[in-house]
Ligand binder design. Structure first.
Ligand SMILES: Cc1cc2nc3c(=O)[nH]c(=O)nc-3n(C[C@H](O)[C@H](O)[C@H](O)COP(=O)(O)OP(=O)(O)OC[C@H]3O[C@@H](n4cnc5c(N)ncnc54)[C@H](O)[C@@H]3O)c2cc1C
Length: 582
């Protein structure tokens, strides 16, 4: 991922088969698809990879139980197939998740579900046991041939409260089924990108860059880091900018040839809560519950904390979305409804995040009813120039099939043939996954001179790539960082190999330091020193990076400098960084 080499390559040969704009999970997915077919493909991301909706998801890899009531059976079936593929192709990040639905009624929701399915009503309503049973039976039916996970199971009130005694005692019963979750969605995006880059020398990717259309209809890549402007001649452009699709189209077409709007995004926010009582009350399950207004919310253990969300609010511009006070109150109120005797103190909210669901344009007044399916459409510029294939909609779970669909349309358009399928292709650190991870771990740990605990930690972060990372760490003197289990050489390898351009890339996306609520001010400064050294930043540049990061963390993630300082207290979880500690 060498920036200057990429720009030089482009200067020497500006013709590319496809230029993709948008480096979220869907843009990266189609990038990998096309690179694997041997095309010259360029990916341009205006911010960092997976920094939009692809870092704001509920971290569920799921069929979408509630889409059944909208009649989206095809989407649910496709999502379940992709979920099961991800369990196999990315086992280092995607794992089964037992999910429990508290049930407050017996019959309600059933009639409404049918009425909605017939298009007679769009209003959300309570879902009773019968409606939930019907949905879960369809889920089981759709996965019956693969059956990777157990079928659903109902528990009566007494058995439910025995297992989850803190649940709202008004419940009538509960249903448990299995879906999946992703621990490191942003890292999976980076690994997918690397797989594409390794597939062919004709694949190039740049974060912090934009594609600009000049007045005479030519295209330039504008590099925000070095300031270069390099001409590029794509045969086809793919607009994979998710919630930004209409804004991006405005820059790709002349003012006289602006296309009609395609997108109608809704914002969703989540909180990460550090409250042991809450975490323990979940008994390692996701609680998939409806709030009093009938909206679905989720709650599950995530990296030692609890992830809870989300909201669903229409927005026009995804650029600066953040969790607003009323959303935070809504989420906390929903929590108080489902687990009434657990109190959350404000300082226990250790991180928050928001993103925009890239939903198709819709006039539906109930946002939860807007279709979640994906499709592509090709816009032909009347003024000449390359056609623009727009990717609309899509869930994180279905990124592979959506990327495949867009790639097939691009291949057909360019008169090229598919050579490689991605259906069973492992992703990044999911390759050659051992049947018995403990044997593999102890072999690699002893080979590299690491303790078993440190090797297990690297494995949880990088899957099978942990071996190469351990090799890099062991090849030089390592050192601990304040209050976190990441070490200096571990971060160095991420900085060098994973297109880190700003401090936030490292702290928010290549690592889980910020989202897990582990990040302290000391740690922030130590990582900044490391990054400044690697990038040879001047003291002035270092200071402006520090300001940029602290402002972003405060404004977008609700973590002020005072919260970071408070985490400077010594911690009991010591880091085992000595490569040769045995
Ligand atoms: C609150 C919430 C919860 C969700 N939960 C789940 C879930 O649990 N499971 C699930 O499967 N899905 C979930 N989703 C949906 C999923 O996150 C998205 O569908 C998916 O991440 C969209 O990916 P994308 O690549 O299309 O968009 P994005 O990730 O938004 O990527 C678009 C990228 O385009 C870039 N960009 C914008 N303009 C330009 C430009 N002019 N040039 C270059 N780049 C540009 C942006 O910077 C951005 O990185 C959720 C979404 C939200 C918001």
């Amino acid at each position: 991922m060498k920036r200057e080499e990429n720009l030089d390559g482009l200067r020497q040969s500006p013709k590319v088969d496809v230029c993709i704009i948008g480096g979220g999970i869907n843009g990266i997915s189609v990038f990998r698809e096309l690179a694997l077919q041997g095309l010259n493909v360029l990916l341009i991301e205006k911010h960092d990879y997976c920094s939009g909706a692809s870092s704001a998801l509920s971290r569920m890899v799921h069929g979408g139980l509630r889409y059944l009531e909208n009649g989206e059976f095809k989407l649910v079936q496709e999502s379940l197939i992709e979920r099961d593929r991800l369990l196999r192709n990315a086992p280092h990040y995607v794992a089964p998740l037992p999910t429990t639905v508290p049930v407050f009624d017996i019959f309600s929701g059933l009639g409404n579900g049918i009425v909605r399915f017939l298009g007679l009503s769009r209003r959300p309503s309570r879902r009773g046991a019968v409606a939930i049973k019907a949905g879960l039976s369809i889920y089981d039916f759709l996965t019956r041939k693969r059956a990777l996970m157990p079928r659903h199971q109902f528990r009566g009130r007494r058995a439910t409260l025995a297992k989850w005694p803190r649940l709202n005692p008004d419940i009538k019963s509960s249903a448990t089924y299995f879906d999946a979750w992703v621990s490191h969605p942003e890292r999976l995006g980076i690994e997918l990108l690397q797989d594409g880059l390794l597939a062919t020398s004709g694949a190039m990717a740049l974060n912090y860059a934009e594609l600009r259309r000049t007045e005479n209809g030519q295209y330039h890549v504008e590099d925000q880091i070095g300031g270069a402007s390099v001409a590029v001649e794509p045969a086809l452009i793919i607009n994979a900018t998710g919630g930004w699709i209409d804004i991006a189209n405005q820059t790709l077409f002349s003012p006289e040839a602006q296309p009609a709007p395609l997108m109608g995004g809704t914002k969703g926010s989540h909180l990460i809560i550090d409250n042991a009582e809450l975490r323990d009350a979940l008994a390692d399950h996701m609680i998939y519950y409806e709030n009093e207004d009938g909206r679905i919310c989720i709650l599950f253990p995530y990296l030692g904390k609890v992830l809870v969300g989300s909201t669903d609010i229409r927005v026009d511009d995804p650029e600066t979305v953040r969790c607003e006070t009323d959303e935070r109150d809504y989420i906390l109120q929903s929590l108080a409804f489902v687990l009434p005797d657990i109190t959350i103190r404000p300082e226990q909210i250790v991180f928050q995040f928001s993103g925009v669901r890239p939903l198709p344009a819709s006039t539906d007044s109930f946002t939860g009813r807007i279709p979640r399916d994906h499709f592509c459409t090709v816009l032909e510029p009347s003024e000449g120039g390359p056609p623009v294939l727009c990717m609309i909609g899509g869930k994180w779970t279905t990124f592979r099939s959506f990327g495949e669909l867009a790639a097939d349309m691009a291949l057909e358009r360019l008169g090229r043939r598919r050579r490689v399928a991605t259906t069973d292709r492992p992703i990044g650190g999911g390759r050659a996954f051992p049947a018995d991870t403990s044997v593999w771990l102890s072999q690699v740990a002893s080979g590299k001179g690491f303790s078993g605990a440190r090797m297990a930690e690297l494995f949880a972060r990088y899957g099978m790539d942990a071996e190469a990372i351990a090799g890099f760490i062991a090849a030089g003197p390592d050192a601990a960082l304040p209050h976190a289990s990441y070490s200096v050489r571990e971060l160095q390898v991420l900085i060098r190999d994973e297109a880190v351009e700003h401090l936030e890339d490292l702290l928010l996306r290549r690592t889980t330091l910020a989202v897990s609520g582990e990040l302290s001010l000391d740690m922030t400064d130590a990582v900044l020193d490391l990054l400044a050294q690697e990038k040879r930043w001047t003291p002035g540049h270092r200071a402006s990076e520090r300001h940029r990061f602290l402002t972003l963390l405060n404004e977008r993630h609700g973590v002020g400098e005072d919260m970071l300082s408070a985490r400077n207290e010594p911690r009991s979880t010591e880091c085992d960084t000595t490569a040769k500690s045995g």
